[in-house]
Design a protein around this ligand. Structure first.
Ligand code: IYR
Length: 221
């Protein structure tokens, strides 16, 4: 049964043709998004970062628990500490911890253990997932935490693209060093590291194609 705290839905419904056009235009727009590793150091206002994060935080979540914290770092000292720790882990990854198959799969992207973007990008957003919340000293469980935080991260990437900015989903592994450097409580675990910035002049991305609709859609009509 519905509780009495329901309010009228206030979303926007478009005429059929406009809706179809919007779907097409949005696909075209989103299909131009690329993960980028070459950032400019051009600053971005805190207010912009805040709006990007609040867009992410509007994502759906299990029982509307919003089980996330977004740490927005522009302090160069903290960014350096993050770069140093991430590169230490990545050095070990690229020199023995990652399988031959994995390294081969990554070769076309030209990645290695060097992560200069962690200092060059004006902001690093570190997304933390919260397995539980602590309310008045009591543990309160969260639900579908990975799904929820994954959705919020997707919203964040979309918002960054929409603002004409660039990012990549960086997953240094293991990334518990982020919890230590950022002094996060025990109920928070690092989920993704999202640098945000403008592209470096002349930035390049690998030439790649995306799967076709036949490859990704199965209809049951
Ligand atoms: N975390 C490493 C390796 C890496 C793994 C995957 I899967 C990628 O798509 C890209 C990189 C790194 O950031 O270099």
């Amino acid at each position: 049964m519905k509780s009495n705290n329901f309010i009228p839905y206030q979303g926007i419904t478009y005429p059929v043709e406009e809706s179809a056009q919007r779907a097409k235009d949005y696909y075209t727009y989103m299909d131009r998004r690329r993960s980028l590793r070459e950032f400019s150091d051009r600053p971005i206002a805190k207010e912009v970062i805040e709006n990007l994060i609040m867009t992410a935080s509007s994502a759906p979540s299990g029982a509307h628990k919003q089980p996330w914290t977004f740490c927005a770092v522009c302090d160069p000292v903290i960014k350096s500490a993050i770069r140093k720790a991430a590169e230490e882990e990545e050095y070990t990854n690229y020199n023995g911890r990652m399988s031959e198959e994995w390294l081969k799969d990554l070769a076309p992207f030209g990645t290695d253990w060097h992560k200069p973007f962690l200092e060059i990008a004006p902001w690093l957003i570190i997304v933390f997932k919260k397995a539980y919340d602590v309310v008045d000293g009591e543990k309160k469980k969260n639900y579908y935490v990975n799904e929820s935080v994954g959705l919020a991260a997707g919203f964040l990437l979309t918002a960054i693209h929409n603002a004409g900015l660039v990012t990549l989903t960086h997953t240094p592994s293991p990334m518990n060093f982020l919890q230590k450097i950022l002094n996060r409580p025990d109920n928070e675990r690092p989920f993704l590291l999202i640098p945000v910035g403008y592209p470096a002049e002349g930035a390049e991305v690998p030439e790649l194609t995306r799967k076709s609709k036949e490859d990704v859609i199965v209809y049951y009509e």
